[in-house]
Ligand binder design. Structure first.
Ligand code: UGA
Length: 438
């Protein structure tokens, strides 16, 4: 079994670390943020991710998973080091890799024997060369290492499942020795005949960006089709269903909505678009997907305004769902941020509720009224906007909603409510790309 260190305990680092320990290896998750490591050492998980709690507990109890702030020691004792620190959006849309660079320097300084250095963070194509250069600059004379790019395809909200049962594992490695070690890290998947793709480093880095950008493009495409459906009296769900039945298209990521958010698509599309311009091979399709997505978020705010007769002044709007998607407490780039801001700008008040993400949204809007149930949040509201398709909103009682609201007006940006029921209960409503009665 290998000794593995994962540096960075965000979504990717923590899920990967816990997942790799579940494969039977000894994993030390290192982070310089003391408060985070302290929580983890006390058995608490700093993020909401279904199944992660159990996965961490199970592996801590067998002694295969531990947490430390001593990054230097964690590097020295490892056979394989995963870099899983953040790469936030920097200037001109390009990803900022300064955290990756500082980890590379720390690895160089502590390179006491042969190690495989593997990047899991989403990094611009070419970062592998930069990491190797920094390690070489800082390592002791005679230091030896191999570099690998092993991008992660996990989704927030189903990250544990995605890690333990991936569609494929991509290993960008030029050295056979490093590839064999990495295949060993993923042995249970390899034994189960999950595809393990061996590529060079640049190809692995490119696969990650190309996959995310394609999915974002697919969402922007279906959102535009939905907007056109509204103009011609077509129903987007039937259109998307029939499109998805064509095996070449696939039904996934064809769900229209208020625009994609999260920590990946907005940042990664900007990054690949910026890179493509820099390299003289501009990706106009991705530029378009970004524009469409920004416009989609604005369109939702316009829909709400229209529902309240273009006057938000003094109106109270219930915003249900703050997370950028269900099963996560992450609100980064969530379309609910645009919605809330536009209500406030229009002179309205927001009653916000999310089953998990109220606390996260307080960092953006500390002065909103936050509630602990949808019923409380919708009490005496002039309209309600559903922003995230949490299961509990799918089942909300329109009968109850109608009696507690001041006026029965609802914007369903995720198309989760039954149009028949909305009509039956006399709601004035709007959605994305479907029939509306106003
Ligand atoms: C995304 C990718 O799906 C993962 O494969 C990738 O590993 C991850 O980024 C990453 O780079 O780390 P994630 O951002 O967690 O995962 O979330 P998604 O499930 O992809 O959803 C992103 C956004 O698209 C959400 O706002 C969601 O509501 C929206 N979406 C998704 C739609 O509007 N329609 C759809 O049909 C699907």
């Amino acid at each position: 079994m290998k000794k593995i260190t994962v540096i960075g305990t965000g979504y990717v680092g923590l899920v990967s670390g816990a997942g790799i320990s579940d494969f039977g290896h000894y994993v030390n998750c290192a982070d310089k943020i003391e408060s985070k490591i302290k929580l983890l050492q006390q058995g608490e998980i700093p993020i909401y991710e279904p199944g992660l709690d159990d996965l961490v507990k199970r592996n801590v109890s067998t002694g295969r998973l531990s947490f430390t702030t001593n990054v230097d020691e964690a590097i020295q004792t490892a056979d394989v080091i995963f870099i899983a620190v953040g790469t936030p959006q920097g200037e001109n849309g390009e990803a900022n890799i300064s955290a990756v660079e500082s980890v590379a320097r720390a690895i160089g300084k502590n390179l006491n024997n042969y190690k495989v250095i593997c990047t899991k963070s989403t990094v611009p194509i070419g970062t592998g060369d930069r990491v190797c250069e920094l390690i070489r600059e800082t390592m002791p004379k005679g230091g030896v290492f191999d570099y690998v790019s092993n991008p992660e395809f996990l989704r927030e909200g189903s990250a544990v499942k995605d890690f333990l049962w991936p569609d494929r594992v991509v290993i960008g490695a030029t050295s056979e020795r490093a590839f064999d070690i990495m295949r060993d890290v993923y042995r249970p998947l390899y034994v189960n005949e999950k595809p393990i793709l061996h590529t060079n480093v640049a190809t692995a880095e490119m696969i990650k960006y190309a996959a995310n950008a394609f999915l974002a493009l697919k969402i922007s495409y279906i959102n535009e089709v939905a907007n056109l459906c509204e103009k011609v009296g077509a129903d987007i769900h039937q259109v998307a269903k029939a499109m998805g039945q064509d095996g070449r298209i696939s039904p996934k990521f064809l769900h229209p909505g208020p625009g994609y958010g999260g920590s990946c698509f907005p940042k990664d599309t900007e990054a690949i678009a910026a890179l493509s311009r820099k390299k003289g091979a501009p990706m106009h399709t991705i530029d378009a997907a970004i524009i469409t997505n920004n416009e989609q978020k604005i369109k939702m705010t316009e829909k709400l305004k229209k529902l309240v007769d273009d006057d938000l002044t003094g109106k109270t709007i219930g915003v249900l769902g703050l997370a950028f998607k269900p099963n996560t407490d992450d609100v980064r780039e969530s379309s609910s941020i645009d919605m809330i801001q536009s209500i406030l700008d229009g002179g309205g008040q927001v009653h916000a509720f999310d089953p998990i993400a109220n606390e996260s949204m307080k960092k953006y809007f500390p002065n909103l009224k936050y509630f602990t149930s949808w019923k409380e949040a919708c009490q005496n509201t002039d309209a309600v906007a559903i922003m995230t398709e949490w299961n509990e909103f799918r089942g909300l009682s329109l009968d109850t909603l109608k009696t507690i609201m001041k006026s029965p007006i609802i914007l369903d940006t995720r198309n989760i409510l039954s149009i028949e029921k909305l009509i039956e209960y006399g709601f004035r409503f709007d959605n994305v790309g479907r029939l509306k009665i106003q």
